[in-house]
Unconditional design. Structure first.
Length: 261
């Protein structure tokens, strides 16, 4: 099993920047794998990706040097087990709102005696070495990140951060905004205050803080405040940006043509 580069960076206190993948297409996955980001998050929570499609996407991402994480659909041992057995190097578990949920998520990603992960790494154990190597190293090389995206989670953040084996926190600002009554406004002062509270708690506890952001400006803001993990966009965002740029270019060409005529 190869070293988890993301975990190495987090343990060294280095910033890691990633991208989100939502399109269940192998060619898109191959393109994203050459983006040069530190980590890629394959989203199975808010995308139509099936387990079979996830298998294909992870296969397409196999050659990448980026650490490949899967955001599972929910905090459940079956989802976590499937993602890891298919070869994910870590999981991001959504909607973790209590210490008990966080402990369960971490346990689901670790083999006994420290956890309760079921046995069946048929693909994962063949990717970088053999089964014996995978079993010896998996507990130390699999990343487990909990998403904080509810008001309840913010209130319980100190207890959540006390979970042994938790490798980091990822704040979901859009869902957090919904939870706090500010749908579509992740920059609302109340939301920012909640995110800042989580950041400070992470710094006090020594647990890496991360956040899903949808713009370079937002990423830079939170990194400057101490975030060690952040996303800087998604495959669909990059596609939308390219479409918007093409529309503007078409409009400019047509406008110039009308002036010439």
């Amino acid at each position: 099993m190869r070293d988890n580069r993301l975990l190495g960076s987090l343990r060294a206190g280095e910033v890691s920047i990633g991208s989100l993948m939502t399109i269940p297409d192998l060619f898109v996955a191959e393109a994203m794998g050459t983006a040069g980001v530190d980590f890629l998050v394959v989203d199975t929570e808010h995308s139509p990706m099936t387990t079979g499609q996830l298998h294909g996407v992870l296969t397409a991402l196999y050659p990448t040097e980026s650490t490949v994480l899967v955001r599972v659909p929910a905090h459940g041992d079956v989802y976590i087990k499937q993602a890891l057995d298919l070869g994910a190097e870590g999981v991001i578990v959504p909607s973790v709102s209590s210490a008990a949920e966080c402990r369960a998520a971490v346990a689901s990603a670790r083999y006994a005696p420290v956890g309760s992960r079921g046995f069946g790494p048929r693909r994962a154990s063949r990717l970088h070495g053999d089964r014996a190597d995978y079993l010896a190293r998996a507990n130390g090389q699999i990343a487990v990140l909990a998403m904080i995206e509810t008001g309840e989670a913010v209130e319980a953040i100190e207890e959540i951060l006390a979970t042994g084996g938790l490798d980091g926190i990822m704040v979901g600002p859009f869902d957090l905004a919904v939870s706090l009554g500010h749908l579509g406004d992740p920059e609302h002062p109340e939301v920012e205050e909640a995110v800042q509270k989580v950041l400070v708690a992470c710094q006090d506890s020594g647990v890496p803080f991360g956040i899903f952001s949808n713009s370079p400006a937002a990423t830079q803001k939170w990194v400057s405040r101490g975030a060690l993990l952040a996303t800087i966009g998604s495959d669909l965002q990059y596609l939308d940006a390219g479409i918007a740029r093409t529309r503007a270019e078409i409009a400019a060409v047509k406008s110039a043509s009308r002036k010439e005529s």
